[in-house]
Ligand binder design. Structure first.
Ligand SMILES: N[C@@H](CCC(=O)N[C@@H](CS)C(=O)NCC(=O)O)C(=O)O
Length: 338
């Protein structure tokens, strides 16, 4: 099916909603490559390694989708986007999907017309300060200079938080995390604020991470997840259920190491449906029976992806917390495979 791009009314911000009619799945299959929007670099989430290979928790979603759809986790064109360019890039059709620590909000869904296919990281906004500043609460930041990335929910929450607490701040606008890091370390701002996971990632790259502290306040909800354009439910389903497959795999103890064995020998009917040895779930998605098996084999189940890229054994050192499986009291809860 031929994709048509219908330009919608421009929003004030100029980040117009465009609706691409159905066809992204066919486009990706024909192209043989997935155009996946990522950040410009946030270690643990999305960043090229020493060999120029993209690695990270968000990158893993792109690779899982490429494995499911194209049979090859490396068939991805990673397209770096800033907080300012990400939505235009997706709306224009330059990207098939965006996997870039992006918060699911009302206006991004309803006004910008994007479909968030789920949440791969439940986060909240925090503040980092140099220990030497001697501050132990964000409420003590009256009059502070604040490094803040433009075009983000961070900007808006910051304004709300300071206003609600009757304190003032001076924004130091930045466009990328690299710039934020550099400005913060150069002392151009007293504090750097963004998603707490972004702060953990940024601090991990410092020469002396111990000289910086994350303040106790988490001032917002930041449900981060992959998104696609409105108007292509079939494609949204592919991305959504690929992510759900990784989450369900963790719940059912299917790992990158045992997935082949599980497919051959499982006695669990849901595992059989997930791995395509029973039922026709793959066909319903417009894929083959092994789609989820390949997605899991690509980088592991949700827990493996978390542990490898951002977990407690990595320099980023994030605990599962809210991002634990629901069976462990967390919020990771995939709908059933049936
Ligand atoms: N989740 C917020 C903030 C996103 C954001 O600003 N992330 C920063 C810091 S975690 C980032 O992506 N940096 C990487 C980059 O600059 O490319 C949003 O969606 O607006």
């Amino acid at each position: 099916m031929k994709k048509t791009v219908i330009l919608g009314a421009l929003t004030v911000a100029g980040l117009s909603a465009t609706a691409a009619a159905a066809g992204t799945l066919d486009d990706v299959k024909t192209r043989g490559k997935l155009n996946c929007g990522v950040s410009t670099g946030l270690v643990g989430f999305a960043a090229p390694d020493a060999n120029g290979e993209w690695k990270g928790f968000d990158v893993a979603v792109c690779r899982a989708v490429a494995a499911a759809v194209l049979g090859d986790p490396t068939a991805v064109e990673f397209i770096p986007t800033t907080t300012k360019t990400r939505f235009t890039a997706l709306a224009s059709g330059e990207l098939d999907m965006l996997a870039r620590n992006t918060t699911w909000t009302f206006s991004r869904d309803v006004d910008l017309k994007f479909t968030f296919v789920g949440v791969n990281y439940y986060d909240g906004q925090g503040f980092m300060v140099p220990k030497s500043l001697g501050v132990s609460s964000a409420k003590e930041l009256d009059g502070a200079t604040v490094c803040i990335q433009t075009g983000t929910t961070t900007e808006l929450n910051l304004a709300d938080f300071f206003r609600a607490n009757n304190i003032s701040y001076e924004p130091v606008p930045i466009e990328t995390n690299a710039e934020g890091q550099q400005q913060y370390l150069a002392g151009a701002c007293d504090t750097y604020t963004t998603d707490a996971s972004g702060l953990a990632s940024t601090r991990a790259t410092f020469e002396t991470p111990g000289d910086h502290v994350l303040l106790p306040e988490i001032i917002s909800k930041e449900p981060l997840g992959p998104l696609v354009r409105h108007g292509d439910d079939e494609w949204a389903d592919v991305v959504r259920w690929t992510m759900n497959a990784l989450m369900t795999a963790e719940e059912l103890d299917v790992t990158s190491a045992n997935v082949t064995e599980m497919a051959a020998n499982t006695g669990n009917p849901e595992v059989a449906r997930l791995l395509g040895t029973e039922g026709t779930l793959g066909e319903m998605l417009g894929l083959d029976a092994d789609w989820a098996m390949r997605a899991i084999a690509a980088g592991g189940n949700y827990g493996e992806v978390f542990a490898k890229n951002i977990g407690e054994e990595t320099p980023i050192g994030l605990a599962r917390g809210l991002n634990g499986q629901w069976t462990d009291g967390g919020l990771i809860y995939s709908p059933p495979f049936r």
